[in-house]
Design a protein around this ligand. Structure first.
Ligand SMILES: Nc1nc2c(ncn2[C@@H]2O[C@H](COP(=O)(O)OP(=O)(O)OP(=O)(O)O)[C@@H](O)[C@H]2O)c(=O)[nH]1
Ligand SMILES: [Mg+2]
Length: 196
């Protein structure tokens, strides 16, 4: 399948099931720590500057944002986890929202799970990965901000991430950078493998 990435629009922003779009389109959700680069990832692979909102201010994406891509699939941008400066109550609200979506949505085909390639995955990252594996949701692991580490250290970073996550070798692992556009073709190939 070939995408012509021309027609992209936001379908809806939903806090809960009742607000999800009524649609048969397959969905690919994005999960990751606040500030890891989820919105940037969407912008980069769509070759858009500021489609999904990005900001240096963590915790900005508060709802599930459904983006229609050429009437072929929805990307679902999910609020980031692990943002320290939110209350316990807000964190629980977030947990309920993401869990409800991930465990009940029949349209969901795979989750793009983003981790910062510069660091060992956090406890939150590990928990998210374990959650996805527990519910048998296919994962496309994206190690992002690769531009911030020299190429000579990419293998070492990849090994550390895989070891810490107890990475399932059946899942895709993609080295990515929104800054120098590394990994766009690989990301699309992985996404398309879940859409056909
Ligand atoms: N160097 C570098 N910076 C990046 C990359 N991707 C994102 N950033 C920066 O990281 C910051 C956060 O990016 P976002 O895309 O807004 O992150 P997010 O995961 O959507 O954040 P929330 O919506 O708050 O959960 C921004 O300042 C981006 O410019 C990358 O590949 N390389
Ligand atoms: Mg975002």
């Amino acid at each position: 399948m070939k995408f012509n990435i021309h027609n992209v629009s936001i379908t809806t922003s939903a806090p809960s099931q009742a607000h999800y779009p009524v649609s048969d389109l397959p969905e690919i959700a994005l999960a990751g720590r606040s500030n890891v680069g989820k919105s940037s990832f969407i912008n980069t692979i769509l070759n858009r500057k500021n489609f999904a909102r990005t900001s240096g201010k963590p915790g900005k994406t508060q709802l599930l944002n459904f983006f229609n891509i050429d009437d072929t699939l929805h990307f679902v941008d999910v609020p980031g986890y692990g943002y320290a400066r939110v209350s316990k109550k807000e964190r629980e609200k977030w947990g309920g929202m993401i869990e409800e979506y991930l465990t009940t949505r029949p349209n969901l085909r795979a989750v793009i799970s983003l981790v910062d390639m510069r660091h060992e995955p956090s406890a939150d990252d590990v928990q998210m990965y374990e959650f996805l594996k527990y519910y048998d949701i296919p994962v496309i692991l994206v190690a992002t901000k690769a531009d911030k580490i020299p190429r000579g250290k990419w293998n070492k970073s990849e090994s550390l991430i895989k070891k810490t996550l107890q990475f399932d070798s059946n899942d895709d692992f993609i080295i990515f950078s929104s800054f120098d556009k590394t990994g766009i073709a690989e990301a699309w190939a992985a996404i398309e493998s879940f859409i056909d």
